[in-house]
Design a protein around this ligand. Structure first.
Ligand code: SAH
Length: 247
């Protein structure tokens, strides 16, 4: 898949993408990401990307034409039809399932709004609007990074150990179990020990303990997830036990 991001602040996207797992995936060519400066698609001398809203009121609105030109150029570049996503607090809520779905789309473009948003006529070219949560940010750059990061984890080869994606929170509708690393005892006012079972070397027991922890956390923190969770027979039994204990 290819990923194109259109923004008036390319540095806000490029710098975070230089580091970490995404940075490596881009370097290796596993992820094909390009960042486009909207100003490059203006035709006036001052590279104006925004203007006052029709009808009056505060703030500025991103102009439609530079965005249309950017989309035309990207389509030319990528050699095929684009799936354009507009970041917007008015969009459908982005989620694990949405990320997985988008990872299967061939040519994705994310548009980053600013100020009061974009000229509504841009929607003519938009396949879907996505919100990353019920709050308003100053721009679409952080949402674009959130979307790219979550989608990229589903692209084969991006996350080294495929197993870790399969076991992450939400994948089966459960939160992840708690993790610990060395040393076995640390101090912060008192001695904090790693749960004994993890040191036991008994893989059957460890697996069962982890299932129990994942279920217990989900039950306490996000019981809403359990309605759609895909549980095996053992997990169903553990969940029944946990519910019984809590009654
Ligand atoms: N006046 C607009 C908000 C504009 S915020 C409204 O009330 O709908 C400026 C830009 O930030 C938006 O165009 C969008 O690209 C981005 N943005 C802000 N909050 C967001 C959110 N929760 N999810 C996704 N994008 C968001």
């Amino acid at each position: 898949m290819t990923f194109d991001i259109v923004t008036i602040f390319p540095a806000m996207i490029e710098q975070p993408l230089a580091a970490g797992i995404l940075g490596r995936a881009i370097e290796r060519g596993t992820l094909d990401v390009r960042v486009h400066d909207l100003r490059a698609f203006t035709t006036d001398r001052h590279h104006v990307v925004d203007d006052v809203p029709y009808g009056g009121g505060p703030g500025m609105v991103l102009k439609a034409e530079p965005i249309f030109r950017a989309l035309d150029a990207i389509e030319q570049d990528r050699g095929g039809p684009l799936h354009v996503i507009l970041t917007s607090p008015q969009g459908r809520r982005f989620s694990h399932d949405e990320a997985k779905r988008i990872s299967g789309i061939e040519r994705v473009v994310v548009l980053c709004g600013r100020y009061e948003g974009v000229d509504d006529r841009v929607r003519e070219r938009v396949a879907e609007e996505l919100s990353i949560g019920d709050y308003v940010l100053t721009g679409g750059e952080l949402p674009a990074l959130v979307i790219l990061d979550a989608v990229a984890r589903f692209v084969p080869g991006v996350v080294g150990d495929e197993q870790s994606v399969a076991e992450d929170s939400f994948n089966r509708g459960l939160l992840d179990f708690p993790q610990y690393t060395r040393p076995a005892a640390v101090e912060s006012g008192r001695v904090l020990r790693v749960p004994e079972v993890l040191l036991s070397g008994n893989h059957g027991e460890i697996r069962r303990w982890r299932k129990r922890q994942a279920l217990s956390r989900t039950l306490d923190r996000r019981p809403d997830l359990l309605a759609d969770a895909k549980l095996d027979v053992e997990e169903e039994a553990i969940l029944k036990e946990l519910r019984h204990e809590r009654d």
